[in-house]
Write a protein that binds this ligand. Structure first.
Ligand SMILES: [Zn+2]
Ligand SMILES: [Zn+2]
Length: 470
């Protein structure tokens, strides 16, 4: 590996960490952030509550006996009694603890009753009473899902949070757990009973659970599973990623010209590798991220091209990697081959996308005219070490900005001249338009072999021999 390649090819730890933050944000931020609706309590409207609640204005807050009695009087549920009374808070026994607090308060103050107008707990609106239902719904939704790391979130109406905060500040013991944090803890506590080996995490979950406290719906978001590997493409005519049908754009269940497949080409590296994996992991779909890509008519040989495949919403997360390789390779029937496969993470997608790996190619081209074979070889070799100025090729100009890139030809070796054809090996910087190095793209790439030979040249075929990645 050359020095230049080492520099370009390696990604420092610092950069990787930056990548991670970037993707962590993109990963959940763009979808939703379960914590984003944390709200500050709005400032109290002066006087408003005082009129409504005048007779109780002087009641000292819990943990005073009068304060606890007041919590009972205004209709606090057992969970909230425990949460607000200033005693020990353990969610596993919060209901029983609250019942005991209530019993003591009723015993101590004869005539203590819950106000007649109360129809639900003014703090949680009886949300804690719905924990059983929420856990049942969660367990139903998670049936058949394999996971060991889960992150919990909740969505509350903003005014509920603000009202509870105000009421808690006035009547609850100082430092009482807030409604939202308390609810998520209580929910987590119940889930730990159902899933004793599952970890509750704040980052990189496999499953995210979001409870909507208004509708009592539980939203389950199964995070993607990532695998890293290298692939060899042994047959021409296979695009790297799924290529939608030009006629129907893959919409509406395909069309006549694609025989209902929605695809321009029936196979792709993405699907040859991804479909067996998708089935095995019971995933909804795949996303394929290669360290660059070869054209559809180019093979990729040697030790293969690094890629990360993303399995979306997988029900399964574990598998024997060597069995996966065997399965993929058997089904691909020698057209595509996977070498090595290991667990990966989302940040690695950024790493392989950003790694500027040099590539080695074998190219065969033909030239016009009657040239001296030794002179042809000399001219071809003369491009080694040259910097190419490549204006965006015509063939890609519809999707890339028109500009001139500078790319270096690192080496040219194994030149075999068999008039009127030449075969050679080229090692070039990442992002070199290598076909244009041969035929010049009507002078848009300079220098080029066409320019040096002074005759039109045409690429017959080319193979990626090596992606000098790591
Ligand atoms: Zn309550
Ligand atoms: Zn179609």
């Amino acid at each position: 590996m050359s020095d230049a390649n080492t520099q370009k090819g390696s990604v420092s730890t610092e950069e990787e960490e930056e990548d991670w933050t970037e993707f962590a944000d993109a990963g959940y931020g763009s979808a939703y952030d379960p914590w984003s609706d944390l709200v500050q309590a709005e400032p109290e409207e002066s006087g408003h509550e005082q009129f409504e609640d005048d007779e109780h204005w002087d009641v000292p807050p819990a943990p005073s006996a009068a304060g606890i009695a007041h919590l009972v009087r205004i209709g606090s549920c057992d969970h909230c009694l425990t949460r607000l009374s200033g005693g020990r808070l353990a969610w596993s026994s919060a209901a029983e603890d609250g019942a005991a607090i209530r019993a003591r308060a009723l015993e101590a103050e004869s005539g203590l009753t819950v106000d007649e107008a109360v129809d639900c707990c003014p703090f949680c609106e009886n949300l804690f009473a719905d924990l059983d239902l929420l856990v049942t719904r969660t367990v139903e939704k998670l049936a058949g899902v394999e996971f060991t790391r889960v992150q919990l979130g909740s969505h509350f109406a903003k005014d509920h949070i603000a009202e509870e905060e105000e009421l808690r500040t006035r009547h609850g013991a100082q430092g009482s757990r807030g409604l939202k944090a308390g609810f998520v803890e209580a929910y987590a506590d119940r889930l730990r009973v159902e899933y004793p080996s599952v970890k509750m995490v704040k980052e990189r979950p496999q499953v995210m659970l979001l409870v909507d406290t208004l509708t009592l719906e539980v939203r389950v978001d199964i995070r993607s599973l990532f695998l890293y590997g290298r692939y060899r493409k042994l047959e021409r005519g296979i695009p790297q990623t799924r290529w939608p049908c030009r006629a129907c754009k893959g919409r509406g269940g395909g069309c006549e010209s694609c025989a209902g497949s929605g695809l321009q080409y029936p196979d792709s590296v993405q699907d040859l590798i991804g479909e067996p994996l998708r089935r095995l992991f019971s995933a909804a779909d795949t996303s394929f991220h290669g360290m660059g890509r070869e054209d559809i008519d180019v093979r990729c040989l040697g030790s293969g091209r690094p890629f990360v495949i993303e399995l979306k919403s997988p029900l399964k997360r574990t598998a024997d990697h060597s069995e996966l390789i065997e399965l993929i390779n058997a089904e691909a029937g020698g057209r595509v081959e996977v070498i090595g496969l290991r667990a990966s993470k989302r940040p690695e997608v950024a790493r392989i996308k950003q790694t500027a790996a040099e590539k080695s190619y074998t190219i065969r081209f033909s030239y016009e005219g009657d040239l001296d074979a030794d002179e042809v070889e000399r001219q071809v070799l003369s491009l080694a070490g040259e910097t190419l100025y490549q204006q965006t090729p015509n063939r890609v100009s519809h999707r890339r900005a028109d500009k001139v890139r500078e790319r270096k030809v690192v080496s040219i070796t194994n030149v075999v001249v068999e008039p009127p054809e030449v075969q050679l090996c080229v090692r070039a910087e990442s992002g070199t338009y290598v076909k244009e190095l041969i035929h010049s793209d009507e002078g848009r790439t300079t220098p080029s072999i066409t320019e040096r030979l002074g005759v039109p040249c045409e690429v017959l075929w080319l193979d990626v021999e090596e992606v000098h990645a790591d």
